[in-house]
Write a protein of this length. Structure first.
Length: 269
């Protein structure tokens, strides 16, 4: 056997040994991985709390991976929710209320639909009639989310922002007063406190507008109760004519209050 042939034979043997070794290592590695997976599945089945922790960690990791991609694409951040919705997507009762308010106050039905849906959700949580919340907004601001009175009441529900600034902290600060849904939530909280303090709906409305200690609330409670009654009928499917001309809302919070104690100050921390 020549030297070159011996070299070729040795090279083949060497190559074959390497291939066989690689196969053995790979085979054993896959076997170990398989055993590890099986062991992990058995552990997660026996310990559900470990599976839950793993799912939370995985979801958090995926969110962190997704956030930079969304930001770099210039899309809206998930925390920025729309302040308008399609009225056709609302339940029949809510859609009827939204369309009626839209016609009466000459407001686009889409943002009103979002307010109506939020009012119903808040009403369910706080045990307040959602049509009452909508009636307060109608009388207080005429559904103008940027309304501001001479005494500092702001937004849809004309909340005294300076006094109730603590209620806006969880929403990012006082500027959230001009966010329609946030103002509605804070205003509903203040109204709920007023009703609880007064012990009655009408008394609570007088507290809300700052007329608890005076005889005349300038017709505020009556206006709200009347609009509330109309909205209740609309919600029940009754035909209620919407006024063709909308008078400007004139809540007493926009006028000088003869009583120096405003309702907002009653709940000041």
């Amino acid at each position: 056997m020549t030297a070159s042939r011996k070299f070729t034979l040795g090279l083949k043997t060497f190559t074959s040994d390497i291939a066989q070794g690689f196969f053995e290592i790979t085979h054993n590695s896959f076997a170990l991985i398989g055993l590890a997976v099986i062991f992990a599945l058995i552990t997660l089945t026996a310990r559900p709390e470990l599976r839950q922790i793993g799912e939370v960690e995985l979801f958090s990791w995926l969110q962190n991976r997704q956030s930079p991609a969304v930001s770099s694409a210039g899309e809206i951040d998930p925390v920025d929710r729309a302040t308008a919705s399609n009225p056709q997507d609302l339940p029949k009762q809510q859609a009827a209320v939204a369309f009626w308010l839209s016609k009466k106050y000459r407001i686009a039905p889409e943002p009103l639909s979002a307010l109506v849906a939020e009012a119903y959700e808040i009403g369910m949580r706080s045990k307040l009639d959602p049509t009452l919340l909508l009636a307060v907004m109608a009388v207080e601001s005429g559904f103008n989310p940027f309304a501001q009175s001479a005494v500092g009441a702001q937004g849809l529900m004309q909340v005294m922002t300076q006094v109730h600034s603590d209620k806006y902290e969880s929403f990012g600060g006082k500027l959230a007063a001009f966010d329609p849904l946030t103002n509605l939530r804070v205003g509903a909280s203040v109204l709920q406190e007023c009703i609880s303090r007064a012990g009655s709906l009408e008394g609570g409305l007088r507290f809300y507008v700052g007329a608890a200690k005076v005889e005349d609330d300038n017709g505020y409670a009556g206006k709200v109760m009347a609009e509330h009654a109309r909205l209740q009928m609309v919600a029940k499917g009754r035909a209620v004519p919407a006024a063709t001309s909308q008078p400007l809302a004139a809540p007493s919070s926009i006028k000088p209050d003869p009583n120096p104690v405003k309702v907002a100050s009653l709940f000041q921390p």
